[in-house]
Ligand binder design. Sequence first.
Ligand code: SME
Length: 142
Amino acid sequence: MKHDEALEAIGSADDPLAASVQVLQAGFEHYSWVGIYLVEGGDLVLGPSQGPEATEHVRIPVGQGVCGAAAASGRTEIVDDVNADPRYLACFPSTRSEIVVPIAHEGRVVGEIDIDSDRPAAFAKEDRAFLERVADLLAPYC
Ligand code: SME
């Protein structure tokens, strides 16, 4: 799927958060599992997700894991080899790389997009730029 088509599908959906995980997971082969975490107090709580399996990590304290690091810093995290990153909280044995993109609204992090890939080093700068645009679209809905 083309990036612009995905942005259009997500932006025009009735429920953009739910649509985003469906469109991203179905539309991009290297996005194996896609989830949205929402900030609730000091925790990240799993919202919509799509992939072959459900994750046990439905609540992650801000500051823990790759997800918690991105929420704490407000910066996108790309992990080319999850097994080499001591922060990584394992969800699926098949995961080789991960990207976490914070969703900021009115100056604070309100959620994030978390994508696991079964491919090593799956996430390039094009994925980062695209997913940061998706995050901007989702910000008012978190
Ligand atoms: N790997 C994440 C935890 C969430 S699962 O990937 C769904 C982390 O290290 O924070």
